[in-house]
Design a binder for this molecule. Structure first.
Ligand code: HEM
Length: 127
């Protein structure tokens, strides 16, 4: 009898956990991590015209490989090892600059830089 009660209790706890996790609202533009695949939902489309308005260090948007990033906080934090080089890409499709670093080593950024970059994603470049 006691064993049966314990089984019922465990079942109720699992069922409640499932109900709570399934009821969580999905935020717009958020990343669902279905490890190892990351799925973007409702990603915002941003035109190059809009990107071009953010061409200063204080408001710096970069388009890289079809994705748009607002790297202003990264610049403000003075965290970029390549210092001012990043400013050259503000308000532009900076794919080539970012991948070839003509003013520096002329090599692509590291995987660490790519992970950092993903934190500043704000939407997809509109066609
Ligand atoms: C137009 C955009 C950018 C340009 C032109 C640029 C350029 C550079 C340059 C010249 C260096 C010095 C090292 C070298 O020459 O190899 C560097 C290093 C670095 N940059 Fe950038 N950068 C840009 C954007 C970014 C962004 C958006 C991030 C991350 C949010 C980033 C993260 C890093 C990191 C972590 C390093 C250290 C070396 C490495 O890990 O590859 N950069 N960058």
């Amino acid at each position: 009898m006691r064993g049966a009660l314990i089984v019922v209790f465990i079942f109720v706890v699992i069922a409640l956990g499932l109900i709570i996790s399934l009821n969580k609202p999905i935020k717009k533009n958020s990343v669902i991590n279905l490890s190892p695949t990351k799925v973007m939902i409702n990603s915002k489309k941003i035109s190059l015209l809009e990107v071009e308005k953010h061409n200063t260090a204080d408001s710096c948007w970069l388009a890289i490989e079809g994705k748009v990033y607002d790297v202003s906080p990264y610049i403000a934090g003075k965290k970029h090892p390549g210092r001012g080089a990043i400013i050259q890409g503000c308000g532009k499709d900076a794919t080539s600059l970012y991948n070839t670093r003509p003013m520096g080593s002329k090599t692509p950024h590291s995987d660490r830089a790519k992970r950092l970059l993903s934190q500043y994603y704000i939407g997809d470049l509109a066609d």
